[in-house]
Design a protein around this ligand. Structure first.
Ligand code: NAP
Length: 251
């Protein structure tokens, strides 16, 4: 009853919940008691099935977040279908790889629009609802490239560095209104997003050599951090970027 990590009765919106980190976070929040709106362009049927098997409610909200067109509808549909909005996980994201000298405007815009612009406007739409109710938790999915430069991913690095600053700005503006805005920075996690790196023998070896834990992370490794930041246990945590990286940044 008095578990500070209990999310019973809370409604969470998770973007990109059909696979990878978003699916794992959706399942972790549901296991902690939350009902989940699974937002994305690919229907999260498998995630919804698993959440319902846990005894929680789950709904699919179709939205392509490459533009901000669906942003207000996402918030409205979550409230309509699940009766509220207490938690927003901004997880959906893409990456494009090319040398900086060759990088195209399309690869710049696509990544910035999905990873940064849509995230801000989804925070804004959810934030208006949360400010009106006097409470809410927002968790943005950052990256090691929130702290480091990376290589051959200029728009991704810019977007994830932007997520770090945006998370702090929103925390500054909304902490006094009962809303917590934080971020999780995953290290190297085995998902579709990193399939190319895992398949590249040399990159894979050099990555593994640098990770103190000596292995790629599993999407489920992010679950505990997400539950914590979405729970009462994190009520006084603001503008923090929590690395879940097997020790990568400590190296
Ligand atoms: P993933 O398996 O490729 O999943 C990305 C998710 O984002 C998918 O659900 C995808 O939907 C969704 N998405 C992409 N573009 C979208 C759009 N326009 N509209 C709606 N949804 C869209 O990758 P992941 O590794 O789980 O990545 C999740 C987040 O973690 C991303 O923000 C990524 O940058 C971040 N991250 C990942 C790692 C890592 O090592 N894996 C490390 C640091 C940060 P579709 O299935 O329809 O494409």
């Amino acid at each position: 009853m008095n578990n500070p990590f209990d999310l019973s009765g809370k409604v969470a919106v998770v973007t990109g919940a059909n696979t990878g980190i978003g699916q794992a976070i959706a399942l972790a929040l549901a296991a902690a008691g939350a009902d989940i709106a699974c937002v994305g362009r690919t229907p999260a049927d498998d995630t919804v099935q698993q959440i319902r098997a846990l005894g929680r409610r789950a709904e699919i909200i179709s939205a392509d977040l490459s533009t901000i067109e669906p942003v207000q509808r996402v918030v409205d549909e979550a409230v309509d279908k699940l009766g509220g909005l207490d938690i927003l996980i901004n997880n959906a994201g893409i990456i494009r790889r090319a040398d900086a000298v060759d990088f195209s405007e399309d690869d710049w815009d696509a990544v910035i629009d999905t990873n940064l612009k849509s995230v801000f406007f989804l925070c804004q739409a959810a934030g208006r609802h949360m400010i009106a109710q006097g409470s809410g938790k927002i968790v943005n999915i950052a990256s090691m490239l929130t702290f480091q430069g990376g290589i051959r991913v200029p728009s991704y690095t810019a977007s994830k560095s932007g997520i770090g600053g945006l998370t702090k700005l929103l925390a500054n503006e909304w902490a006094g209104k009962g809303i917590n805005v934080n971020a999780i920075a995953p290290g190297y996690i085995a998902t579709n997003n990193t399939a190319a790196l895992q398949a590249d023998e040399n990159r894979n070896r050099s990555i593994l050599e640098r990770i103190p834990a000596g292995k790629w992370g599993d999407p489920s490794d992010l679950g505990g951090a997400a539950v914590f930041l979405c729970s009462r246990a994190a009520d006084y945590v603001q503008g923090h970027i929590l690395a879940v990286d097997g020790g990568w940044l400590a190296r």
